[in-house]
Design a protein around this ligand. Structure first.
Ligand SMILES: [Zn+2]
Length: 253
């Protein structure tokens, strides 16, 4: 017999009949890696922070043996993505994201908070996984099979269907409040914003904008112009929501 204990919110990802007991027992039939076992139960490997057997840590390639009792621990707000671990020997240097089209609405919100966020709706799953791996970007998606791809090291399965709650999940899990740089990045192309003198761009402004606003920024990549309009107040209100958000562990498919 082999026993898997799923800690924290990993149990939410298991088949419904195992979610309450948070444990799966199975008879030993074939040699397989712990990654293969846990993913067959619905838990993509990027959701896992640590795997232990009798307090000893093992990696994803560990071949499960008869009588093993494995504890599977989730990525959590306490996870340090910037130091090497047994499961991720090459840590991240910064928090950067690549967003799957099924959660595309969080792209603009992440950029508004200042996070480098790549999103291209024309990319297929193989390309998304490759970008996550090669460019060291955290892959955000609602697609479990995408996260199960071997090349993906850093990712998160978004639980909620609502964009505001989706961002709140990411905000909480990756401790984004420590690295906020609001209104420093273009919502449309992900480029960085720089202050620009009003007189240089006044020919591009609508009459009311020209009359009521004096401080402007423009995108170094696409040239789009930004000013302190009502969207900033709206974003400040949303930021309050993210700072106070507590995960409800809802809506698993
Ligand atoms: Zn831009």
């Amino acid at each position: 017999m082999i026993t898997f204990y799923f800690h924290g919110n990993l149990a939410d990802l298991l088949p419904r009949n195992f979610r309450t007991q948070k444990c799966i027992r199975t008879t030993f039939k074939r040699r397989a890696s712990v990654k293969d076992f846990v993913e067959s139960y619905g838990v993509p490997h990027p959701e896992i922070d640590k795997i232990t057997i009798s307090c000893r840590e093992v990696d994803f390639h560990y071949l499960v043996k008869e009588n093993d009792i494995l504890h599977i621990h989730p990525i959590s707000p306490e996870t340090n993505f910037f130091t090497p671990s047994l499961l991720r020997r090459d840590p991240l240097k910064s928090l950067r994201f690549v967003v799957d089209v099924n959660v595309a609405k969080i792209t603009g919100k992440l950029r508004m908070l200042g996070f480098d966020t790549y999103c291209d709706s024309s990319l297929d799953d193989a390309r998304l996984a490759a970008i996550s791996s090669c460019r060291r970007r955290i892959l955000l998606t609602r697609d479990r099979n995408l996260l199960k791809r071997n090349v993906v090291e850093f990712g998160h399965l978004i639980r909620s269907r609502h964009p505001k709650k989706q961002l709140a999940e990411v905000f909480h899990l990756f401790n984004l409040q420590k690295k906020l740089q609001p209104f420093s990045r273009c919502l449309h192309c992900n480029g960085l914003l720089s202050p620009v003198a009003k007189k240089k761009i006044e020919h591009l402004l609508e009459p009311l904008t020209l009359k009521y606003y004096d401080d402007f920024q423009n995108c170094r990549s696409c040239g789009k112009i930004y000013w302190q309009g009502s969207h900033r107040q709206k974003m400040a209100e949303e930021l309050d929501y993210y700072l106070n958000f507590r995960s409800e562990g809802e809506e698993n498919g």
